[in-house]
Ligand binder design. Structure first.
Ligand code: HPA
Length: 289
């Protein structure tokens, strides 16, 4: 059995054999947001099942394709769907795609997700720039022997690594400026990650609010942890698909969570599409990666 790094490299080489372009920016699309991949030009679409070692999503609404090409002239690798730890995948499996994006040459990552709104100033359908996270999943993506070869440049790939500015302040600034220009409300918020797959209880949501969380979800933090391990700069955007348990006097329905993506699709697409060249410009410049 080959090691985790070699498996990720094998996947990256396979993808390279099918697509000559060089992606600079990875984009992970959360539940209900997969249609954004239709924005990719000169695209090569690869089913996850075709890529050696790539874990397959079992969740409805995650179609499972990697779309490579360009947006606004920028090389992108767009993940339509992701796997979650609650599906029974190990940390190495959950973060395998992010590792591969890094090995393909992505030095920036736009990670998106569906989240429950804890902060009552949000409404259903609000887009939120993630300012920080609380990892309450009980595990860590960088668990196990350290693999320094995942570091994309000097000073990355270390056993212990900084998470102070995990959600890049300069990329968040770009997102706020662009959102303002397009008159799309974009508050900031702290994302708390739970293992799932059950939604939370109202008591848990009250506790999470006390802890300082604004959003709750079951993804993202592990991808962001390995991205930071590799030295990839991250912008995180949540879509509040529902208010978290107990905030409103009703139950949380997965189908409604999925539908919210479609309702906000136009706004989400126009914001992220405009951000791609700006984020690519920022990550190409030296600074706070
Ligand atoms: N909780 C956890 N994850 C979620 C939620 C939620 O309310 N909505 C969408 N993903």
């Amino acid at each position: 059995m080959s090691d985790h790094y070699t498996r990720a490299l094998t996947a990256a080489n396979y993808i390279r054999s099918l697509h000559a372009g060089k992606p600079k920016l990875g984009i992970i699309l959360g539940s209900g947001l997969g249609n954004f991949a239709t924005q990719v030009e000169d695209s090569t679409t690869i089913d996850y099942g075709e890529i050696p070692g790539w874990p397959l999503s079992t969740v409805e609404g995650h179609s499972g394709k990697l779309v490579l090409g360009t947006i606004g002239g920028v090389g992108v690798a767009v993940m339509q769907g992701r796997v979650h730890a609650y599906e029974g995948y190990s940390m190495n499996e959950v973060t395998f795609p992010t590792r591969v994006l890094g090995l393909l040459g992505c030095t920036g990552l736009i990670v998106t997700n569906a989240a429950g709104g804890i902060n009552t100033s949000y409404g259903e359908g609000t887009l939120v720039a993630i300012s920080d996270h609380i990892n309450l999943t009980g595990t860590n993506a960088a668990l196990g022997p350290n693999e320094p070869r995942f570091g994309l440049r000097k000073g990355t790939g270390d056993r212990f690594f900084d998470m102070t500015a995990a959600y890049s302040p300069r990329l968040r600034k770009l997102a706020h400026t662009e959102a303002e220009r397009q008159r799309i409300p974009l508050p900031e918020g702290v994302y708390i990650a739970v293992l799932g797959p059950s939604y939370e209880t109202p008591a848990e949501i009250r506790a999470f609010r006390t802890l300082g969380a604004d959003l709750v979800g079951m993804s993202t933090v592990h991808e962001v942890i390995v991205a930071r391990h590799m030295g990839i700069e991250v912008l995180g955007i949540s879509l509040v698909t529902n208010m978290a348990a107990g905030v409103l006097d009703r139950v949380i329905d997965h189908q409604e969570v999925m539908e919210m993506g479609r309702r906000v699709e136009a706004q989400f697409t126009s914001l992220v599409k405009a951000l791609v060249p700006q984020v690519a410009g920022a990550i190409a410049a030296p600074g706070s990666r």
